[in-house]
Design a protein around this ligand. Sequence first.
Ligand SMILES: O=C(NNC1=NCCC1)c1ccc(Br)cc1
Length: 328
Amino acid sequence: QTGTVAANPEQYDQAYICPVTIGSQTLHLDFDTGSSDLWVFSNLMPSSEVDGQTEFNTNSAGATKKDGYTWSISYGDGSGASGVVYADTVNVGGATATSQAVEAATSVSSEFTSDTGSDGLLGLAFSSINQVKPTPQTTFFDTVKSSLEAELFTADLQSNGPGSYTFGYIDSSKYTGSITYTAVDNSQGFWGFTAGGYTVGGGGSNSTGTIGSAIADTGTSLMYLPTAAVQSYYSQVSGSSYSSSQGGYIFPCSASLPSLTVSIGGHGFVVPGSNFNYSPTGSGNTCFGGLQENTGIGFTIFGDVFLRAVYAIFDETQGSPRIGFAAQ
Ligand SMILES: O=C(NNC1=NCCC1)c1ccc(Br)cc1
């Protein structure tokens, strides 16, 4: 099917990298529903900031410089990049944008230099938060959506193995049961929605509160919830504690992790306990939790830890945007 691309997880499922053809080059980009810029490592960068990544060749025949256009972006984790802007043909699994803004980096932060599996990002949030000056550019999805069978894209992220993104259609083999849709508030440029109650473990409903407004962000590795929900979760994990040195909740790697059920659109979505063992801390046979507090971020983020448990549909077919989730 046109518009299908593999999503390959980096180590610890930290991010999902997809092959994208830009002109005659194939680069591997981190698809990110939490930002709206398509930027790539380029030949304009100092070699000290490149560690094996493929560089977009700004001198290629198909690349047209947008003179006077620049960009600079910083992400929730403190990483960032900046550069200049070209127009080129961008092809994702057959879905082709003939004149897409390709933001060529002239500098990137150390997080990107050391992320050797990623040649840049492909933003899939709303174009209202694109960071190109003097004129914001459209995201790949916004550029191509009118040419798609349907104005939507989907994310099927898997643990430790290839998943996929589709553009223009829903792959019914990727989910079970029905899709639950809920309204999206894109006033801040994100795929924002409202989440309801939560239950820790498969027992009865032991949720005491509701989660509230949240965003679906494939570019964020973990799940960040309000403190009450996070403390309720780790109270069920023996040996867990908040480690200020590690910057989050940790637990013995042998701990038994409960599932977390979150109500969205009136349907309970179960995140299996295994999703919450993110990575070894590197000391004392403790592991870093895939669920952390949203304090300091100011948003509740349903990142890859949650998105791996569902099939997600980012849908603009109805005029107003909506997001759909189905069990997988
Ligand atoms: O930056 C964000 N998402 N994408 C990426 N993170 C790291 C590289 C890409 C992000 C978006 C919204 C909020 Br609220 C917090 C963080």
